[in-house]
Design a protein around this ligand. Structure first.
Ligand code: TPP
Length: 194
């Protein structure tokens, strides 16, 4: 494994334009914040297993916007049924990227099932995603970024990264603030008074 998670997330979020981002709990939320706190990033904080479903809802509600879910392997493993639902709904504007350190990082680096051969990309392919990829080095990153921003999905990528403990970069902690700023940035500030 040669990729570092912060480099991967930085590369994917560079020049993000109007991209809507749902960040899974824990490390992927810190990664997204390290790349630049943003009104159009919605971090799940402690909610585990629902990042991809939140992204699907957003993609269906906002078909003209591109939506990216960035989440951890543990978080994705908890919500595997969402792959099937996305495969059936087939939102062209949705991408799911799993930052796979093969560990439950936040709770003590216990190994997840991906450390024992579970192939999330194959599961997404079987579920009906338009494209799937398993990345182990930087070679596929540019193509993944292009898919997220430009081509018809749903896209799924499992990106193997070094299992490392790195300093936390926390987004705002207040759920109502995160929801309201996201809604205001997406729909205009009047949306929060409706
Ligand atoms: C329903 C539920 N179970 C357990 C937890 C505790 N928990 C918080 S983060 C985490 C591990 C997340 O692992 P992963 O998604 O792989 O992220 P990373 O390794 O990148 O931190 C766990 C088990 C939780 N927040 N919610």
């Amino acid at each position: 494994m040669s990729l570092h998670r912060r480099d991967v997330v930085n590369a994917l979020l560079q020049d993000r334009g109007g991209l809507l981002v749902v960040a899974g709990l824990g490390s992927t939320a810190w990664d997204c914040t390290a790349a630049g706190d943003h009104d159009l990033t919605f971090p799940m904080w402690g909610a585990m297993g629902c990042a991809a479903m939140t992204g699907l809802g957003l993609a269906l509600a906002q078909p003209k916007r591109r939506v990216l879910v960035i989440t951890g392997d543990g978080e994705m493993l908890m919500g595997l049924g969402s792959l099937a639902t996305i495969g059936v709904q087939k939102p062209k504007n949705l991408s799911v990227v799993v930052i796979d350190n093969e560990r439950y990082g936040e709770t003590g680096m216990q190994e997840t099932h991906t450390a024992h051969g579970v192939d999330l990309a194959a599961m997404a392919r079987a579920a009906g995603f338009a494209t799937t990829a398993l990345l182990r080095d930087a070679a596929g990153l540019a193509a993944l970024r292009k898919a997220i921003h430009e081509t018809a999905g749903p896209h799924f990528a499992q990106v193997k990264v070094v299992a490392e403990k790195i300093p936390l970069v926390l987004p705002p902690r207040e759920g109502a603030l995160l929801k309201n700023r996201f809604r205001a940035a997406l729909l205009g500030s009047a949306a929060n008074t409706e």
